[in-house]
Design a protein around this ligand. Structure first.
Ligand code: PBG
Length: 344
């Protein structure tokens, strides 16, 4: 056989994928994935010990809020079409202790913030609460630190579960529509579901952080919440090398009553997201975390990329990979842009 020679005159190719890329109208008509403000969940921080909102230095454009500035931010979110916020609490250092007991105190910063939002917005805004102890413990771990019989410091899974149940109850009582256990303790969803149901909160939903990796992409978040952590979370968060484990985590959380499952971080774990989306019978959320946000901001500030467009590309990629909901610090701006562009 002689070499095939390409002759543009005689070359016949009925398949020309470029045909559908010719104009913005054709591209919009054939887009397989669309972002919608209703997909977004905005993570927000409510802090004690500040009198006005304070920008987080490693997350330009993201602030620690007072209760009042948080309400104002949530009004902006609703106006932009964002209908759900995920609330994190930032207590003063003096309020932290070994168990993180301020987390289930109705007067603790997070529960006061949740109550204020519920009072302000009723059911117009979906109020989701982060259900994890790391912001509230003086050691910064997501659970109870104990010494095992070999003298090793460990995060005690089962002792932590009781505290998560108390925390979730306090959040439901404060008015959270959704609680979101993010501490990666085994059995956390079941324990929280049972506690909520026993107290009559059968309609409070659980967004389970099912596949949460021990990620360095959380770096800026630790600034955001003034984390006291030294060391890492590798004994409870997942190893970035693994994916099968995520599918097991999802199955367990489903058995225990998860209403949503979540994958976190998003961009370095799109394969995980895609496999979870393929098997999950419940909605699948993805969390575009602090490091993902801050890297894009920083590159944009250097003039190396166009921040907004790159961010929108990251978000559509996360949706295409299978996310039904996306937690993103860019939710308000992205929603405004989508509305201005008529949905694209
Ligand atoms: C733990 C929690 C973390 C994040 C959300 N919930 C930090 C961690 O596990 O260390 C990270 C979010 C982000 O990086 O944007 N409660």
């Amino acid at each position: 056989m002689g070499r095939m020679v390409f002759d543009p005159q005689t070359y016949f190719n009925p398949r020309r994928p470029r045909r559908l890329r010719q104009t913005p109208q054709l591209r919009a008509l054939t887009a397989e994935t669309r972002l919608d403000p209703a997909d977004f969940i905005l993570p927000v921080f409510v802090a004690d010990g500040i009198t006005e909102k304070r920008e987080i230095s490693s997350m330009p454009g993201v602030f620690q809020h007072t209760t009042d500035s948080l309400k104002a931010l949530c009004h902006e979110a609703l106006e932009a079409g964002v209908t759900c916020v995920d609330v994190f609490g930032v207590p003063e250092d003096a309020a932290k202790d070994a168990e993180g007991s301020i987390a289930w105190d109705p007067d603790g910063v997070l529960n006061r913030g949740l109550a204020a939002l519920r009072e302000e917005f009723g059911d117009d805004l979906l109020i989701m609460a982060d259900t994890c102890l790391d912001e509230f413990t003086d050691h910064g771990h997501c659970g109870v630190v104990a010494t095992d019989r070999f003298g090793r410091q460990v995060v005690d899974n089962d002792a932590t579960l009781e505290l998560y149940a108390k925390m979730a109850l306090a959040q439901a009582e404060a008015g959270a529509h959704i609680v979101s256990p993010s501490g990666m303790m085994d059995g956390q969803i079941g324990v929280i579901r049972e506690a909520l149901d026993e107290a009559g909160f059968t309609d409070v939903a659980i967004m389970a952080y099912s596949a949460k990796y021990a990620s360095k992409f959380f770096g800026p978040f630790r600034d955001a919440v003034g984390s006291s952590l030294t060391g890492d979370r590798r004994t409870y968060q997942q190893d970035p090398a693994n994916i099968r484990e995520s599918l097991l985590e999802v199955e367990l959380d489903l058995d225990e009553g998860a209403d949503f499952v979540l994958v976190k971080p998003a961009m370095p774990y799109l394969d995980v997201l895609s496999q979870v989306a393929a098997m999950s019978p419940v909605p699948v959320a993805a969390y575009q975390v602090s490091g993902e946000y801050s890297m894009l901001v920083a590159a944009g500030q250097n003039g190396w990329i166009d921040f907004h467009d790159t961010m929108m590309e990251a978000l559509i990629g996360i949706k295409r990979a299978g996310a039904d909901q996306i937690l993103t610090y860019y939710a308000i701006e992205a929603s405004r842009a989508l509305r201005a562009a008529g949905g694209r």
